[in-house]
Ligand binder design. Structure first.
Ligand SMILES: Nc1nc(=O)c2c([nH]1)NC[C@@H]1CN(c3ccc(C(=O)N[C@@H](CCC(=O)O)C(=O)O)cc3)C=[N+]21
Length: 297
């Protein structure tokens, strides 16, 4: 039997609707809209598309979004000065500096400059540390948070399940592993040096692929009935010359024959990332205003 499709678009829409309602309550309770500031250095076309959809989603969710586009040759000090200004701005609850940044800018320095309580990407070491020790004040990176939401909505309790995360980035793999551990999974982090990766994957009840290599995870790597979360967004040549299409890190057609459930690409994890950015912004806004964070966010 073919795997169930986990519809990230529908889940993201539902979450965004809840965030929109909560954002209205926030506005009534605090007297101001929750605010997200986005920063994009340069004009990478893919980044511009993502940023545009983030800002549109912010407005649709009854929040205030301000975008700060900077030229590609912006110096690190100029970007740090903008971050400082946004840290001080009381109308700004969340700061998102779109990555990757150009080579003349030290990404770690920029992330370190963001007020951890406005760090809605969850990339600051303070938030990574809070997540690692189970501090509920952590702002958690949006992509793994979206993956966890999809997993829990499909499986319910994750307790005792074998989870394998392929990829050890600070943005996805490591925080994903921390979240699964907090849900009482038995967690393995696999990566490019893992020996016999297919065999490691075959023990996974939950397999999260976040490697950035098109269709790397094959059908015979998958335990029958497993729940597959595909974080990959890889642009490959399309059927017609000159056209491209997007595929995940999982060979979808093969995996679908074996897995119990799978997220499609596009329409899986990607839309959840944006919904969780709005959620994190609203969570940050409530904390900054000393208001209780709504239960169902
Ligand atoms: N500071 C920072 N935070 C980020 O969260 C961040 C970033 N920088 N840099 C770039 C990546 C990428 N990213 C995506 C968000 C949504 C989709 C998304 O919605 N994808 C759709 C459409 C895919 C498509 O057609 O291009 C989907 O998967 O269905 C994809 C990718 C956030 N990122």
């Amino acid at each position: 039997m073919a795997a169930a499709l986990i519809d990230g678009r529908a889940a993201a829409e539902a979450l965004r609707a809840r965030v929109g309602i909560a954002a209205d309550f926030f506005r009534a309770a605090s007297g101001r809209a929750a605010g997200l500031a986005t920063v994009l250095v340069g004009e990478d076309p893919a980044s511009s598309v993502y940023i545009r959809s983030k800002i549109k989603a912010t407005h649709e969710a009854n929040m205030h979004g301000v975008h700060h586009p900077l030229p590609a040759d912006t110096r690190e000090e100029q970007l740090l000065a903008l971050v400082e200004q946004l840290n001080r701005d009381p109308s700004v609850d969340g700061i998102l500096v779109q990555l990757p940044l150009p080579d003349q800018i030290d990404t770690a320095r920029v992330i370190a400059a963001i007020d951890p309580d406005k760090d809605v990407d969850g990339f600051h070491v303070v938030n990574a540390g809070r997540l690692a020790v189970g501090d509920p004040d952590a702002l958690v990176p949006c992509t793994p948070l979206g993956c966890l939401h999809l997993l829990k909505s499909h499986l319910g309790s994750l307790s005792g399940l074998e989870a394998v995360v392929i990829g050890r980035s600070n943005i996805v793999g490591k925080p994903m592993a921390a979240l699964l551990l907090a849900e009482s999974c038995t967690v393995t982090i696999a990566h490019s040096r893992t020996s016999d990766l297919p065999e490691v994957c075959r023990r996974a009840d939950i397999l999260v692929a976040a490697v950035g290599r098109a269709e790397m995870v094959r059908g015979d790597w998958i335990k029958p009935g497993a729940c597959l979360i595909d974080v990959g967004i890889n642009r490959v040549a399309g059927a017609e010359p000159g056209k491209t299409r997007i595929v995940g890190d999982v060979a979808f057609d093969e995996a679908r024959e074996v897995a119990g459930a799978i997220t499609p690409v596009p329409g899986g994890v990607g839309p959840m990332t944006i919904a969780m950015l709005l959620r994190n912004t609203l969570v940050a806004a409530h904390r900054r205003a000393n208001l209780a964070v709504p239960e169902d966010l």
